[in-house]
Design a protein. Structure first.
Length: 182
């Protein structure tokens, strides 16, 4: 069995208290904080087993159209667009077990090399963790489902700024996309 971990947007702007989109307007808390240890544990396990990890990271241009809907965040080559330090990838080269794929939209498949990486890796199981459950996580899981991958989404390793949207996204990923929610 070839296992793959996809880590979605565990970036400073979403996960650090100083990040522009880290605090939920509903709970007034850093919504990703409760999942960091679970994500870190999974990353360490995959590294220990020499399983492959793909880091999906927003990397927007200064004038990205997405900023019409959301505050400016995860701008390419800024602190906000970096993976949080406790999770930072060991390497980002193709010769190792970790890959960094930047994206400019919600889905990890939109104008990225994710489809090519998956064809190269040929995983039998894809675990998806990260933020935001109802946006980037769900859209990436939908892309995986459309390509017939076996998908696992650990509840304790995904988070959303909106608790209701989080719950609905988990139900949608399980019911519509066939993801195994554990």
């Amino acid at each position: 069995m070839k296992k793959l971990l996809v880590v979605v947007d565990m970036l400073n702007d979403f996960c650090d208290a100083e990040g522009v989109l880290a605090t939920s307007p509903i709970t007034n808390k850093v919504y990703a904080k409760p999942i960091i240890d679970a994500v870190k544990s999974m990353v360490e396990e995959f590294r220990l087993n020499n399983d492959i990890i793909i880091w999906l990271a927003d990397a927007h241009d200064e004038d990205d159209k997405e900023f019409d809907r959301f505050p400016k965040h995860a701008v390419r080559n800024t602190w906000g667009g970096e993976v949080i330090s406790v999770l930072r990838p060991v390497t980002i080269t193709v010769s190792d077990f970790e890959y960094l794929t930047t994206k400019t939209r919600y889905s990890g498949f939109y104008r990225t090399n994710l489809k090519t990486l998956l064809k190269f890796i040929k995983p039998t199981e894809v675990t998806v963790v990260g933020v935001c459950t109802s946006i980037c996580v769900m859209d990436t899981v939908g892309g995986l489902a459309n390509r017939d991958y076996n998908i696992i989404v650990p509840k304790n390793a995904v988070a959303d700024f909106d608790p209701d949207a989080h719950k609905n996204a988990l139900a949608r990923m399980e019911g519509l996309y066939g993801a195994k929610i554990v």
